[in-house]
Design a protein around this ligand. Structure first.
Ligand code: ADP
Ligand code: NI
Length: 225
């Protein structure tokens, strides 16, 4: 049986992700992948998950993602093709491809897909990067890229019951906090991810309260006349 040079596969996956995502300006750039990879590896260490599968799936998770390619299957196909090109055994190809296929959020009222422990580490890491200061920055970067208003008080916030409804939503970026970001803490799949989510969730809440106070003119002391 041939042994796998895992270091060489990870280096090739990194090169592939840098090349595919380097230029994205909507929060799905290489540095998002870099952060998710580091966090996922950290979570995998704490949870006793397989490091190689976790790291590889994290590096491949956003290649040809729906938000970039417009296809629901292209990302999974690209991940499987990459793994086969690297000569990985079919069980590893399947493990990695099924994580890439299932990692995405699919709507507030849509049940989470079943994932392996490695998949839960990747999903939690991806979601931690959607929370906190980084998550706020990414949400507004993406909203701007797809021409969404920051906030529209006339649009009620929505909780989607199907993936199709979630994917076709055109709400404001603040609405995205309600349809997804604020729900993530309760949907963490690992104890290690959950521990890290609390602080980032609280930071989102702080930001939202300040945003609304400034929007409504109720922030801070009024200037004295
Ligand atoms: P997922 O795979 O769960 O969709 P990604 O890592 O691909 O996660 O990125 C999702 C991120 O993209 C969100 O957390 C947010 O930063 C951004 N995003 C997606 N949809 C919207 C939206 N409608 N408004 C603002 N940001 C969005
Ligand atoms: Ni991602």
């Amino acid at each position: 049986m041939t042994t796998i040079d895992t270091g060489a596969v990870i280096a090739a996956a990194e090169t592939y992700a840098r090349q595919e995502l380097g230029g994205d300006g909507g929060g799905h750039d290489w540095w998002h992948v870099h952060r998710v990879r580091n966090l996922a590896v950290e979570l995998a260490g704490e949870m006793g998950a397989d490091r190689f599968v976790t790291e590889l799936a994290a590096l491949l998770h956003d290649i040809a993602d729906y938000k970039i390619s417009g296809s629901l299957t292209a990302g999974t196909e690209a991940a499987a093709a990459f793994c086969r090109d690297q000569g990985l055994p079919e069980n590893v190809v399947t493990s990695v491809a099924s994580i890439v296929e299932r990692v995405s959020f699919k709507g507030a009222k849509v049940a989470e897909a079943d994932l392996s422990l490695e998949g839960l580490c990747v999903r939690d890491a991806d979601r931690l990067d959607a929370l906190g200061a980084l998550g706020i920055g990414r949400a507004f970067a993406y909203g701007g890229q797809v021409c969404r208003p920051m906030w529209d008080p006339d649009q009620p916030s929505q909780e989607h019951t199907s993936e199709a409804a979630y994917r076709s939503g055109t709400g404001s970026t603040i609405n995205h906090f309600h349809e997804k970001l604020l729900l993530l803490r309760e949907r963490m799949g690992t104890s290690a991810g959950r521990r890290r989510a609390d602080h980032r969730h609280d930071f989102l809440t702080l930001f939202l309260n300040e945003f609304m106070a400034e929007w409504n003119g109720t922030d801070g002391p009024k200037p004295t006349l």
